[in-house]
Design a protein around this ligand. Structure first.
Ligand SMILES: C[S@@+](CC[C@H](N)C(=O)[O-])C[C@H]1O[C@@H](n2cnc3c(N)ncnc32)[C@H](O)[C@@H]1O
Length: 207
């Protein structure tokens, strides 16, 4: 898996000390501005399983894990584990593993998670088309409606269109909330938050 990750790693940012510091400051900007890590609409249940995709340093995984009810666990995935803590420092309910979310999802991960957490992916979706990402993330989620023979014709049609509908690379983030039905999913909540004043300077500095 490590070889695959290296061959396909088009991640445009570094993974050095400065890059990790930047992620930690961005974490502060987000938590101060949102006031939560997991959206309040997400039910907290015992033994819930969370996948943090593209976890970076793992700071969100480590914080989320502290807030989970009994038996809750976080599995933190990233193309590279360079910025993650070493295994000896993992809490008992967090573990880290390499995963390229744009490669076919292994069978054992399909339908496994109650929650998929994703943050700071603007620079990762370079095509500007979020549908392959959304489709992969949905595969990780436990199915809400179980219909073994069901298909997603709209999703497939959209995927076949390629990048025609995408104008700008980052435009997908602004419109992401409008795309869930294309991927056969239902949007539960869409919130927009302003950056909290006390972390505005930090945000300006880290981007
Ligand atoms: C800007 S960082 C965000 C880190 C973390 N989500 C956070 O909020 O602090 C983006 C992360 O996505 C990871 N990444 C990039 N491409 C990926 C891929 N194809 N599959 C999984 N992770 C990927 C990068 O290695 C990097 O750690």
């Amino acid at each position: 898996m490590a070889t695959t990750a290296k061959n396909t790693d088009a991640y445009p940012l570094n993974r050095d000390f400065l890059a990790s510091s930047r992620l930690h400051l961005q974490h502060q900007v987000w938590t101060s501005s949102l006031g939560y890590l997991l959206h309040p609409a997400i039910p907290r249940e015992e033994h819930m399983l969370i996948a943090d995709v593209g976890c970076g340093t793992g700071i969100a995984s480590l914080e989320i894990a502290k807030q989970l009810p009994a038996g809750g666990k976080v599995k933190a995935y990233d193309l590279s584990l360079e910025q993650c803590p070493p295994k000896g420092w993992w809490p008992s309910n967090v573990s880290f593993e390499e995963l390229n979310i744009f490669e076919p999802i292994s069978d054992h991960l399909i339908g496994k998670y109650d929650v998929v957490f994703l943050r700071h992916f603007i620079c990762v979706v370079q095509s500007g088309n979020p549908l392959p990402l959304l489709s992969a993330l949905l595969k990780l989620l436990k199915p809400v409606v179980v219909e073994p023979a069901s298909s997603a014709p709209k999703m497939e049609a959209f995927m076949n269109m390629g990048g025609e509908t995408i104008k700008k690379q980052a435009g997908w983030v602004r419109d992401l909330h409008t795309r869930f039905s294309d991927a056969g999913a239902e949007l539960v909540a869409h919130d927009r938050h302003w950056t909290a004043k006390e972390v505005m300077m930090m945000k300006q500095e880290v981007g």
